[in-house]
Ligand binder design. Structure first.
Ligand code: NAD
Ligand code: ZN
Length: 361
């Protein structure tokens, strides 16, 4: 058993508290990982607020991270102690109907199919002050050590600088993949990206890599525009600067609407606005943002004319193979994800990190 620090959410709506926890050794088919660095995604904020479906408290949140295998349980063959890894929030068991489908990137063990508050054997490896603490998505990167199923771990290049790679566990992989895998953006096309957090900026990078000729970045926080331009946006617009709805603005800017639009905020009204912003016949709208609450009502005529509305999780990557390839591309300098890292803080200041996320910094 390892004693280390972890950030525990004791209940929904309560701040995280950094505690000493015990992390039990990995059982058969499991891997214990020393987390070297973790990232904060807006989804973690939903966990703190009690808005993430089916989470059980107390829980150790965090689902972006990078680390080193510390020990392995019986039967583990794909990684060994000392390997550098990215923990994945989408499992890849390898033999369910989803895993066997070449078009699919989820698994029957995906958290929206099977709750991931306990490891597959229905027990937890975390205890704190004598109480059992739940896992989050089997990942729980806000802990110095975590235990995961082997099939949720991606082994990456030994030369990878782990402290720069947390975004490959979620934000960058999600955004970049939404453009290149889910939308399949074509060279010369026009794109609109709603929301310029870590995920939205990664969508911009994916559109650029796919050869889009015009990438219109949309955010109500104009402080996001400089970085959006740096990663490839050709135009940046703030919906608050216009009297008319943003979908009308985008339609006028492009003639008939964009070829591809992406919602990367997580609000029902911007989801519908993004759909209406792509052209009425061949336009493709990808929903990346996770809604915190509420249902959508929209005019079905928007779809009748031919538009496609798609969702995307973790950028459509079959992650155990796809993420290591993305990391190799980073090492080959095919893209620069270092620009996505705005602040680096010691673990004890995790709260400050959430404050920076909430304040849009
Ligand atoms: P973030 O909070 O860093 O960024 C959101 C951005 O949206 C901010 O820049 C904010 O100013 C902007 N925004 C808010 N309201 C707006 C509005 N009305 N119009 C225009 N812009 C607006 O969030 P993030 O970490 O980049 O995550 C974005 C979303 O993606 C979240 O909903 C998150 O849960 C979701 N997500 C989904 C997946 C997936 O696999 N589908 C993975 C990771 C994150
Ligand atoms: Zn599977």
């Amino acid at each position: 058993v390892i004693k280390c620090r972890a950030a525990v959410a004791w209940a929904a709506g309560k701040p995280l508290s950094i505690e000493e926890v015990e992390v039990a050794p990995p059982k058969a088919g499991e891997v214990r990982i020393k987390i070297v660095a973790a990232g904060i995604c807006h989804t973690d904020q939903y966990v703190l607020d009690g808005l993430f479906p089916k989470v059980e408290y107390p829980v150790i949140p965090g689902h972006e991270g990078a680390g080193i295998v510390e020990s392995i349980g019986e039967g583990v063959t794909s990684v060994k102690p000392g390997d550098k890894v990215i923990p994945l929030c989408i499992a890849r068991c390898g033999d369910c109907s989803y895993c066997l489908n070449p078009e699919s990137n989820i698994c029957e063990k995906f958290h929206m199919c099977t709750p991931q508050n306990l490891l597959p054997d229905k027990t937890t490896r975390f205890t704190c002050k004598g109480k059992q603490v739940h896992h989050f998505l089997w990942v729980s990167t806000f802990a110095e050590y975590t235990v995961m199923p082997e099939y949720s771990v991606a082994k990456i290049d030994a030369a990878a600088p782990l402290e720069k790679l947390t975004v490959y566990g979620c934000g960058f992989a999600t955004g970049y993949g939404a453009a290149v895998n889910t939308a399949k953006v074509k060279p010369g096309s026009t794109c609109a990206v709603f929301g310029l957090g870590g995920v939205g900026l990664s969508v911009v990078m994916g559109c650029k890599a796919a050869g889009a000729s015009r990438i219109i970045a949309v955010d109500i926080n104009k402080d996001k525009f400089a970085k959006a331009k740096e990663v490839g946006a050709t135009d940046c617009i703030n919906p608050r600067d216009f009297k008319k709805p943003i979908q009308e603005v985008l339609t006028e800017m492009t003639g008939h609407g964009v070829d591809y639009s992406f919602e990367v905020i997580g609000k029902t009204d911007t989801m519908v606005a993004a759909l209406a912003s792509c052209n009425m016949n061949t336009g493709v709208c990808v929903m990346v943002g996770q809604v915190d609450s509420g249902l959508i009502s929209f005019d079905p005529m928007l779809l009748l004319t031919g538009r496609t509305w798609k969702g995307s999780v973790l950028g459509g990557w079959k992650a155990r193979d796809g993420i290591p390839k993305l990391v190799s591309s980073y090492l080959e300098k095919k893209f620069n994800t270092d620009v996505l890292i705005t602040h680096t803080l010691p673990f004890a200041k995790l709260d400050e990190g959430f404050e920076l996320l909430r304040s849009g910094k």
